[in-house]
Every structure is written in structure tokens, then in C-alpha cells.
Ligand binder design. Structure first.
Ligand code: G3H
Ligand code: 13P
Ligand code: ZN
Length: 348
């Protein structure tokens, strides 16, 4: 089947009442790990690349590796998504390349660091929506600002500084017509999200629920959703790593989100931890080894295990065969004739 529009994939998830993990990739092993997990659990998938990933792997390498996944696993719906696009040009370049979905993260200015005004965010996001929808490509927007910094991207801070205002979320969704909306509820990118198991004072699930009540038909996106499990931290530290004590987003909170409109769950850090732990273990235990396959294979297996677990926990497992991908040319017609109308239904 062709690559799937993320809109179709999320509409199906909403119908089925489940969430879909969006996993970041930078190289072949990570793509293979995700596809092996998708096959193992019979799951649809979102494979996403940040700007950093596109430049690290080189656009064409990464794009063709994802196409290879699509060729090798024709039974698995795959959406190819640009994560945290910082400008119209970044999103356009992904669309021109063949991505079926883009995130325009207009919550930050183009530098990827400075919070943008509401008006700036609406203007750039709407511009991307107009361009993308004409081509059948899905758009995720963001309102509110996450904490943390990844690869130079992010406002820094704790994640509580710019929690999404539900009224602004409604206005933003109406003005832009985005297909999916990322919100800030206290999470951050990276491993250091919380200094203890998070409660409602730092992880604002009440805000998410309030937004879902107002926007019951908008697909919500949780960024910074790694759970940073203790066992993965322990492997790294056991084999010479130096991670400080930290907590991520508990899976049961993500599941609460999924019961309240979350359809896309972004996970990167957990996979980074799993791969790094597996590599450290091999090199620590067998310092004589130097064939990259000796550590990349266990790293790939460790990531597959994390991804398969999340796919089961998010509920996407078992749903790969529920539908066939509609081509993005057909999807474009839907945006044009209004059948994929993205003006949200707002509950009063
Ligand atoms: O947005 C955060 C993702 O974990 C991607 O991170 O920008 O370091 O590739 P990155
Ligand atoms: P984590 O750092 O929690 O894995 O978040 C990833 C993310 O939000 C990618 O956009
Ligand atoms: Zn993110």
C-alpha cells in the first residue's frame, strides 16, 4: 500500500479509540526496529524525522530507508512525518520530498528557541496548512510550549512555563484548520522531565481533559511522552553511564490521555536509552569486540522491545489490517471538496 496520510491514520485511531506511537528515526537500525515491532504487534505506525535527523542522515538516505520499509512491509500502514518543522520552508521541503505529514511547530520562532506570539503561530501554521492540504499532506500544529532542549531545538525550562490555554487551543484549531494539535501539559523533551514521579501539580492531565472537552473532534498530540523507565536507566548506569535520577511520563497517564482524545504519542528518548544501554553492555562486557554489528544488533533488538511494548500499551496493536491507505491525491480531493473539513467541532 502507499504511504498513508497521517490524517487517515489518526481518523482510524479515533474510530478505534486507540493512540498511535510516533517514533523518531535517524538511521536504518531504528527504522528496522520500528518495522519489526509493527510486524510483531500488527500495528500501524508513524515514523518521524526531526530537522536534526534529516541533516544527520541526509534527506535522501532517510527518505529512501523509509520507502524501503514501506516496500518490505506492504501490509503495515506507515505515515512519514516531519517532526518539529521550524518554518514554512522546512515543511515545504519535507512535502516536496514525499513526506505524508508535517508538524509546523509555530509555538517557537524559526530559531527553534524563542516562544512565538499567538498571531505569529497562527499565520505560519495556516500558511503550511494551505500548502499541505492542497497536496493531501497532513498538518500537526502546536499551541503552548514544551520544556527541554533536544539537538538545539526547544525553549528550555521545565515545561510548566507555557502550558496550553484551552481557550487559545480552540481559537488556534479554528483559525488554522490543523489536522492534529500538539499541546503543552508540563512535559519536556529528553530524559530529564520530572524530579519525582509526576503528579497533577507538574503533569497537567486536567488541562488536556479540558481541551478535549472543548475540541472533541480534534486529534491531540502528546510530545515528550517517553516514560524513561528505571530499568533502561539502570542498564546505562550499570555499564559505565552517568544518568542522574529522573522520571518520565507514566504509561498510565498516556493511557488516560488516549481516553481523552490523544491520538499521537511522541516517543524518542526511551528508544535512545534502550539502544545506548544495549551498546554499552556489549562494549563493557566484551571490550575486544569491534564489529559494529556486534552492538548494533542488540541495540536494534532493545529498541524493538520498547516500541512493541508501547504499541501494545497505546492500543494500536492489532489494527494494521483495519484499513487500506488512501493515496494522498485522493486525500487532497477530500480537503478540496470539504469532506475532510478540518474546522473543528467545538463543544459549547
Ligand atoms: O523533538 C524531539 C525529538 O526527540 C527529536 O530530537 O531534534 O535531537 O533529533 P532531535
Ligand atoms: P521524548 O524526548 O519524551 O521521547 O519526546 C519525543 C518527542 O516529543 C519528539 O517530538
Ligand atoms: Zn516533540
Amino acid at each position: 500500500m502507499p504511504l498513508v496520510s497521517m490524517r487517515q491514520l489518526l481518523d482510524e485511531a479515533a474510530k478505534g479509540g486507540y493512540g498511535v506511537g510516533a517514533f523518531n528515526v535517524n538511521d536504518m537500525e531504528q527504522i528496522q526496529a520500528i518495522m519489526a515491532a509493527a510486524k510483531e504487534t500488527n500495528s500501524p505506525v508513524i515514523i518521524q524525522a526531526s530537522r536534526g535527523a534529516r541533516s544527520f542522515a541526509q534527506d535522501r538516505f532517510l527518505f529512501h530507508l523509509i520507502l524501503a520499509a514501506n516496500e518490505l512491509y506492504p501490509e503495515i500502514p506507515i505515515a512519514m512525518h516531519q517532526d518539529h518543522g521550524n518554518s514554512f520552508e522546512t515543511c515545504k521541503s519535507a512535502i516536496d520530498l514525499g513526506y505524508t505529514s508535517v508538524m509546523m511547530d509555530g509555538s517557537l520562532k524559526e530559531d527553534g528557541k524563542t516562544p512565538a506570539s499567538f498571531e505569529e503561530n497562527v499565520a505560519v501554521t495556516k500558511r503550511v496548512v494551505d500548502f499541505a492540504h492542497e497536496r493531501g499532506v497532513t498538518v500537526e500544529g502546536e499551541i503552548g510550549v514544551l520544556g527541554g532542549v533536544e539537538d538545539g531545538h526547544g525553549a528550555g525550562g521545565t515545561g510548566l512555563e507555557h502550558v496550553t490555554d484551552p481557550d487559545q487551543a480552540v481559537e488556534f484549531a479554528e483559525l488554522t484548520g490543523v489536522d492534529a494539535l500538539a499541546i503543552a501539559i508540563g512535559t519536556s523533551h529528553g530524559a530529564y522531565k520530572f524530579s519525582k514521579k509526576p503528579d497533577g501539580s507538574v503533569l497537567k492531565m486536567d488541562v488536556l481533559i479540558a481541551i478535549h472537552k472543548r475540541l472533541p473532534n480534534t486529534h491531540l498530540v502528546m510530545h515528550g511522552s517517553s516514560s524513561v523507565p528505571k530499568d533502561l536507566q539502570d542498564v546505562i548506569n550499570k555499564y559505565g553511564g552517568k544518568l542522574k535520577e529522573t522520571w518520565g511520563v507514566p504509561v498510565e497517564e498516556i493511557q488516560l490521555g488516549i481516553r481523552n482524545g490523544v491520538r499521537k504519542v511522541n516517543v524518542d528518548t526511551d528508544n535512545r536509552l534502550a539502544m545506548t544501554g544495549a551498546i554499552r553492555k556489549v562494549l563493557w562486557e566484551s571490550p575486544e569486540k569491534f564489529d559494529p554489528r556486534d552492538y548494533l544488533k542488540p541495540a536494534r533488538e532493545a529498541m524493538q522491545k520498547v516500541v512493541a511494548t508501547r504499541m501494545t500499551q497505546f492500543g494500536q496493536a492489532g489494527h494494521a489490517g483495519d484499513y487500506k491507505a488512501v493515496s494522498i491525491t485522493e486525500i487532497a480531493k477530500g480537503y478540496k471538496d470539504g469532506s475532510l473539513k478540518t474546522k473543528p467541532l467545538v463543544a459549547k
